[in-house]
Write a protein that binds this ligand. Sequence first.
Ligand code: PMP
Length: 492
Amino acid sequence: MDTRFAISSYPDATVITKKLDDLIRLPIYSIGRDAMAVYEQSYFDQRCPRSKAMIKEAKQYIPGGVQHNLAFNHPFPLVMTKAEGAYLQDLDGNQYFDFLQAGGPTVLGSNPPFVREKVIELLQDGGPSTGLFHEYEYKLAKKVCESVPSVEMLRMFNSGSEACMAAVRVARLATGKKNIIKMGGAYHGWSDQLAYGIRLPGTKGLQAHGVPSYLFKHTQEFFPNHLDALERTLRRNKLRGGTAAVFIEPIGPESGTRPLDLQFNKEVETLCRSYDALLVFDEVVTGFRIGMSGAQGYFGVSPDLTVFGKVIAGGYPGAGGLGGKSDAMKYLSAGIQSGVKIHKALVGGTMAATPISCVAGYYTLEEIDRTDACRKAGRMGDRLTLGLQKLIEAYQLPFVAFNQGSICHLETVGTMHFSINWKKPWTIARVINETARRKKEMEYMGSAYMAEGLVTLAGSRLYTSAAYDEMMIDQALEAFERVFSHVTCIKD
Ligand code: PMP
């Protein structure tokens, strides 16, 4: 198994959780209102007029003016035209350091020429799709199986959400049981049945507008790091249909925004084994980013099913896959069934496993492997995080910075650190109001970073790639410092 991991030292979840607990008790520190007004005028209005005009038009045709949740930005989203390595360029010709990385897929940096050339070659030969088998379906599946020891077979999907949906079905068929347990706050795509306990632990169906509550009859959540709560739920489920699977984001909910104790995953694995539930690792973010063998390689865990997304198609469309042990994967059908002895899950996708996603995924994984890209990106994440921690100290801010390799967190308001306690229902409205207020400040911070040439994920997460070098990280830190110098305590 490949043991080159992006994480050089695992963050102490207890220490970080304590800091985040303190952060959400403090008043909000954010970009000063005067500085924000200057950014809005001198940057967004004066230097981004073409983006502004295009978004104004787009709002007539696209709800909210953007198609992608992560592209939302105050005071308006910027239109990107070029992406190369660690840089992005907008319609008005402004350049940025890219710490969003399309939401995670581009461990090699944007648009690496080696992968692009292979995609163009393929397009010239056979076009984007035929609906029939292509050699790269096999090559990618083999590469994934060789890289991730628990994965004996792989099926590609259009997205991580679809692959999670398939995992639910396979788990129920393989175990003959009903219930799915997930960690509160974790994200497993936007399908109806998994739209439960999203963003904040304890929210149950509160974020699932448009989903009838009966769909959650067999979905439950437990709080991160609370093994006792998980075991209680597993025990209770024995009397009501059993547990088909426990879904885990292995570095913690929302890509490690709430970090997990180092031993947590192993302990979840032991619990799953003793209750005969399948363990599903959602490695949509961590797969081929934490290392070629995934977060499961790092934690030494062997899940039954693994969900892939993002890096598996190298930033190209069709980024979803479900891998796992043959015993479970045999419950996925290939083609419409008739007269088979075991019931299989009918899943599909006209555009799943297209030659484009498979060729891009295959050469991306080969290149990550060849160049030790996960570790390089991780070292850049370490340097960025350390630099941010020093700035936080120098400016005496209550912010919290930590990283799991190339996944870096810069928590300025701790929005995602709240949770809902149903034993105190009168607090729910307070949590909802407080998180909304803090999210607004996070957007302001995100837009200040943007005006200083830094594209972040929603103003609080930063992905580094192997396209960065030390000098670029240091330049980015100078830009962060300019923003921090305008931060002040926000009075209500
Ligand atoms: N699982 C995790 C852990 C994710 O982070 C995401 C997307 N951010 C998904 C599933 C869903 O993947 P997709 O957006 O490709 O549907």
